[in-house]
Design a protein around this ligand. Sequence first.
Ligand code: T46
Length: 130
Amino acid sequence: MVDLTEHSDPRGKLTVVEPGKEVDFEIRRAYYIHHVPAGAERGAHGHRRLRQLIVAVHGSFEVVVDDGYASARFVLDDPSRGLYVGPMVWRDMVAFAPGTVGLWLVSEPYDESEYYRDYDEYLRDARAIA
Ligand code: T46
């Protein structure tokens, strides 16, 4: 988990993500997920190269990460903290609260060939490089 720089004053809070400070990669793309129906799950993939910071800017959800050997579950419910996820990690996003907006800041342009969508293929490669 990464603590983000927060500026708080009587007008509210402003949270900053700046390459070289809160993240150590160049941010080349951003996307956000919203209007997630109750019970929907997203993810179920890994990335070969992509690095990302995930922030629940509103609401909450959980991210389950798996490196091919062990898994861990992180609750994202604070817009001043992000979850860094590196390459070769399988991830699932679950338990979205109603109205949640999740922000992804990532290191690469969109490239479908860079995804693992098949867990067995991911597992084989993840274990081969470990
Ligand atoms: C991730 C999770 C959290 C694009 O055309 N451009 C984009 O930049 C992205 C991210 C997606 N798309 C298209 C590809 C699919 O037709 O949007 C559609 C939904 O994407 P996907 O099925 O990959 O959605 P998620 O929620 O499973 O995964 C996405 C990201 O792909 C992934 O990197 O970490 O959000």
